[in-house]
Every structure is written in structure tokens, then in C-alpha cells.
Ligand binder design. Sequence first.
Ligand SMILES: Nc1nc2c(c(=O)[nH]1)N[C@@H](CN(C=O)c1ccc(C(=O)N[C@@H](CCC(=O)O)C(=O)O)cc1)CN2
Length: 298
Amino acid sequence: MSTATIIDGKAFAESLRTRVGHVAADFTAKAGRKAGLAVVLVGEDPASQVYVRNKGKQTLACGMESFEHKLPADTAEADLLAVVAQLNADPAVDGILVQLPLPAHMDEAKVIATINPDKDVDGFHVVNVGRLATGLPGFVPCTPLGCVMLLKDKLGSLSGLNAVVIGRSNIVGKPMAQLLIAESCTVTVAHSRTKDLPEVVRHADIVVAAVGRPEMVKGDWLKPGATVIDVGINRVPGVEEGKTKLVGDVDFGSASEVAGAITPVPGGVGPMTIAVLLRNTIVAAHRNMGLALDEGVL
Ligand SMILES: Nc1nc2c(c(=O)[nH]1)N[C@@H](CN(C=O)c1ccc(C(=O)N[C@@H](CCC(=O)O)C(=O)O)cc1)CN2
């Protein structure tokens, strides 16, 4: 029987977008223009197309300007870099995001390095990675920041808690660990080579699963009452012939019998990603225009 509290990321994301909308309206009144987010999509990856469409819709719904740049899959890297350079120079653009993954012929690190760090609302530029690691103000990747928002909303202070992050990607695992360190957690980063992962996870008050393996984390790995944040988005065959379903990196059925609180998939961490992107964009707009903002209201 499921006894865990379900952490409703969809509802939290909606309330964050409402707060962003109020701040965006205030920005428009003060700056005499709307804040602007540019999203660049290269290729026709179906999931990326959905994410980019949703980013555009939600940007407009929050009262900000949305600029979409869709480039064919065979675009030369130099042409993509030229688009980014043009967005860097455009005063109407406060935030720039290049949707990942990029086609295989492109060097993601090189493309990200071309974005002006002060417009890098994804927080992927090495300057922002360094700012996060050293506690300086910058931009923090959207998914991990969304996870921390959900954790603090559920638990209040995270200070002194044991956190295990499963996964060491630049987008989620590493920044997640940095953010939890900043919240004074004791952090372990586990990954595919970790020995006896269930034993490592068993000591965690907080488990963040971002490993990309469907339903890998089982209920009997968890410390009873642990808070489980599932970042996984895996499409697997459904019960009906030819249909698929979305599952996380956590086996929700068994984990929800042991955890104290858990994010579902879908409807947990996923919706926070775009809401935090909008938050980062309105923060960028204020910083770039030299306008004061109490970021605590977001
Ligand atoms: N430049 C970036 N690229 C990518 C990022 C990113 O943060 N920046 N993250 C992901 C994709 N992503 C946003 O870009 C994203 C992923 C998932 C969701 C979401 O709302 N998920 C839903 C389920 C959606 C579905 O049905 O497929 C959920 O979990 O409830 C939003 C955004 C990779 N690329």
C-alpha cells in the first residue's frame, strides 16, 4: 500500500509560474518592454519539439516575449554559433536556451560556451557552473533548482540531512550535488560504477534519482521515511499493445510503500524544469537591465 505523500510538482510549477507572471508584469511596467526568452531548436527530435513548444506557450502566458529559432538537423555548427552571437547582441533577449540534445555533428560544450553567461538561463555555461560551485550569484540549471524548491517546500531546512544523488551528468547530477551542499546536506554522488548502490541509498534521507534507467531504484533500497525525487523520464512499452508509458528512475509502486514523500512521473520534477526556466529568465531580465529584484519572492 502506498503510504508516501505525493509531491505535486505540477501544482508547484503552476504556482511558480503565477509568481513569475506577477514579477514579469512589474518588469514590463518598469523597463518599458517585456522580458524576452529565445529558444533555439536544431533538428526534429519529437520530445524536444514538445518541450520547445511548451516553453514558448508558457513564456507568453507569463507575459514575456518568446523568440523561437528552429534550424534544420543538418545546420552547420558555425551557423548555429552565428545565431547565438546574434541573440547575445539583441537587447530584447534576456535569456538564451539551446535545446539539448544537439545533433551528433555539433559540439555541445562549444555551443554553450558561446552563450553570454548573463543570458545563460539554463545555467550550463562554465562561468555559471563555476559561480554555483563557489557560491556566487549566477544561473542554476532548471531541473536541479526545481528539485531543491520541491525539497524545501516539503522538508523546510535540509541542513544536516544525508542526500544521495544517483547520476553525475552536467545537467542534473553535478549541479544537484552542489545545490545540496549549499543547503548544508551531507552529499554522496553515486553512479553506474558505484559498488553496492542499494546499501549507499539506504543511508539517505533524500534520494535524487537522475540516472536514466527505468524504475531502477526499488523500495527495499530506501530508508523508511526518505524523501525521493525522481528526475527520470523514460518511455517504456505500456500494457496495451503498441502503446508506451512514461516511468521514472524509481520503481514508484514499491518506493511509495517505504518513502515518506515521493515525486511521481509524470507530474513531479518534469513540470518544474520549464517553470524554473521562466523564473531564471525574469531574474536575468532584471539583472541585465540593472533593476532590483527580491529573488526570494520567486
Ligand atoms: N537546454 C536544455 N535542454 C534540455 C533540458 C534543459 O533543461 N535545458 N531538459 C530536458 C528536457 N526538458 C526541457 O528542456 C523538459 C523535460 C521534461 C519536461 C516535463 O514537463 N515532463 C513531464 C512529462 C512530459 C512528457 O509527457 O513527455 C513530466 O515529467 O511530468 C519538461 C521539460 C532535456 N533537454
